[in-house]
Design a protein around this ligand. Structure first.
Ligand SMILES: [Zn+2]
Length: 197
């Protein structure tokens, strides 16, 4: 019996130590010039890189992370498969304000397609999307989210008019020093990182 227990414990610890990523390798991947400001901004909130559910829970417990509402004026949250609906407070407020500004101009809403990802989530994502970053991402610090530009009002189609209005809002917040954003054509989204302004 004791022997069986030993085997069980051994295999459990072996299983536990098998991460799907190697933190040292992940941290060593050099970000692109375009992406560097995103990473630096996301690291400015004093959140340590999110490795797994436990680290997310810690940030919820200590009040750093707040839950992103499923909907608010101007946005809807998509069902999240590879990310979690939590952000640092300032990022959530900024999302809500941008969405509100967007709704005021358009009477429409945009769709948030991805929020906070742990390194483990990123491994799962990489299995289905080989474009998912190998290195760290601003999603790994709870300060970034993606806005789809092909799903306004939950209609899956290109809408140049609404896309332009969304980009206007993004540019305005960028010029105010509140966010950085990149248009990601492969994912049909705007990747938005909130700065600690
Ligand atoms: Zn993104």
């Amino acid at each position: 019996m004791r022997f069986l227990l030993l085997i069980f414990l051994l295999s459990f610890s072996l299983f536990k130590s098998q991460e799907c990523y190697d933190l040292k390798t992940v941290l060593k991947v050099e970000p692109t010039e375009l992406y560097k400001p995103h990473l630096l901004a996301s690291q400015n909130f004093g959140v340590k890189i999110l490795q797994n559910t436990k680290t997310v829970d810690k940030n919820i417990a200590n009040g750093k992370f707040v839950k992103v509402k499923k909907k608010s004026r101007g946005y809807r949250l998509q069902t999240l498969e590879y990310s979690r609906p939590y952000l640092v407070k300032k990022a959530r407020t900024t999302l809500e304000r941008m969405a509100n500004d967007f709704a005021a101009k358009t009477k429409s809403f945009f769709v948030v397609s991805s929020v906070t990802r742990t390194l483990e989530d990123q491994c799962r994502l990489r299995k289905v999307n080989s474009n998912a970053s190998l290195g760290i991402s601003s999603h790994n610090y709870g300060a970034a989210f993606d806005i789809s530009y092909v799903r306004f009002d939950h209609k899956l189609k290109v809408n140049p008019k609404l896309e332009k209005e969304l980009e206007k809002v993004l540019t305005e917040y960028k010029n105010l020093g509140k966010i950085f954003y990149i248009k990601e054509k492969q994912q049909s989204c705007y990747h938005v990182t909130v700065r600690n302004y």
